[in-house]
Design a binder for this molecule. Structure first.
Ligand code: GLO
Ligand code: MG
Length: 346
């Protein structure tokens, strides 16, 4: 198996199988049990929401929250795990119902900024310098409810607050076009990158690209990754898969479209992703039908598929690819790739 990659996922990827139409179908795993799964499956990186580190964070003073974060850091150290990032969860509290940074209520916007600043300190406490902003509710259900140009500015302002609060912190914007909102304000990689350049320190603002989010936007994930890579702003990924334009599925990587998965791996390989410390992150959901004892298999499988595709990317006959591109014989190029993926001989 090819090496050189470090893998991560968030504890929310091990879950009880609830969906909008039904309650949990599996017993929970305690946080410490989840941490053991990381080691068992060969993942080193842990992605956190602020309240994965400090459950019910809003109930605690910041001093207490940081004490709890310190305890989590110790548990990570004991297991040889590393925190990759902390993401403020800005979509569950009633004060975020109308959005967080772009809410029409000034006091609710302030709550979102305060909570994000707390997340920055929590990130430091668990030993990382990365904040992920999945801007879940920045958008509208009813188009006329907000001014989108103003909203774009409010998001920049919020990022500036975080940059100013900690001179070493880095912000990764995770774009997504819809869900939970009808229409979100930062739907694509282009929006995330452009937002970075509007901030006070573009060198500390980058992006996390999730495969399913690109597909929901009708775009190819490998092109979205490549765009961010060209700007030196692809600082993390959420690999998964998505069967077309429907609810966000977070299927195992490669589950729907192997060739699309191959092209994501190929673009990462070709641009030395991982060599500057970037993690290969997963954001995958176990199927509701899965029994508890096999409800972490989607993580193992996604990682295995990634590594098998690294093998495929490295063994593609690039000389023939170049020759066919030069001859502009894209039909032959198409078949070369298909035969390679199918393992055809001769
Ligand atoms: C949802 C997002 C979500 C984020 C996570 C970290 O669609 O993908 O899972 O990745 O909250 O910010
Ligand atoms: Mg994600």
């Amino acid at each position: 198996m090819p090496g050189n990659y470090r893998f991560s996922f968030g504890p929310w990827n091990i879950h009880e199988g609830a969906d909008p139409f039904g309650p949990p179908v599996r017993e929970s795993f305690a946080f410490d049990e989840k941490l053991k799964v990381y080691t068992q499956l060969g993942f080193e990186g842990v992605q956190f929401h602020d309240d994965d580190v400090v459950p019910q964070i809003d109930r605690y003073s910041q001093a207490d929250a940081l004490r709890k974060a310190r305890d989590v850091k110790k548990r990570l150290d004991d297991l040889g795990l590393v925190a990759e990032f902390v993401a403020p969860r800005l979509w569950e509290d009633p004060r975020t119902a109308d959005g967080a940074y772009t809410s029409n209520s000034a006091s609710d916007r302030q709550y979102a900024i305060d909570r994000s600043l707390r997340a920055v300190e929590i990130a430091r406490e668990v030993g990382c310098d990365r904040i992920v902003l999945w801007l879940a509710r920045e958008g509208t259900y009813i188009r006329e409810a907000k001014d989108p140009a103003r909203a774009a500015g409010q998001i920049v302002e919020a990022v500036n607050h975080l940059l100013a609060a900690d001179k070493g912190i880095r912000i990764l914007i995770e774009p997504k076009p819809n869900e939970p909102m009808d229409l979100a304000y930062l739907p694509t990689m282009g929006h995330a990158v452009a937002t970075a350049y509007l901030t006070d320190d573009p060198s500390r603002v980058g992006a996390l690209m999730e495969s399913a989010h690109a597909i929901l936007a009708g775009l190819d994930p490998s092109d979205e990754m490549a765009y961010a890579l060209r700007h030196k702003k692809l600082w993390s990924v959420h690999l998964n898969d998505q069967n077309g334009l429907k609810y966000d599925q977070d299927k195992a990587f490669g589950s729907v479209d192997l060739r699309r998965a191959f092209n994501q791996v190929r673009v990462l390989e070709r641009h030395d992703y991982g060599q500057r410390g970037e993690w290969v992150g997963l954001d995958v959901k176990a199927l509701r039908t899965q029994k508890r004892e096999v409800s972490t298999a989607h993580l193992k499988h996604s990682k295995e598929t990634f590594l098998l595709l690294v093998d495929k990317a490295r063994s593609l006959d690039e000389a023939t690819v170049s020759r066919l591109v030069a001859a502009r014989d894209y039909e032959a190029l198409d078949q070369l790739v298909l035969r390679h993926l199918l393992g055809a001989r001769g």
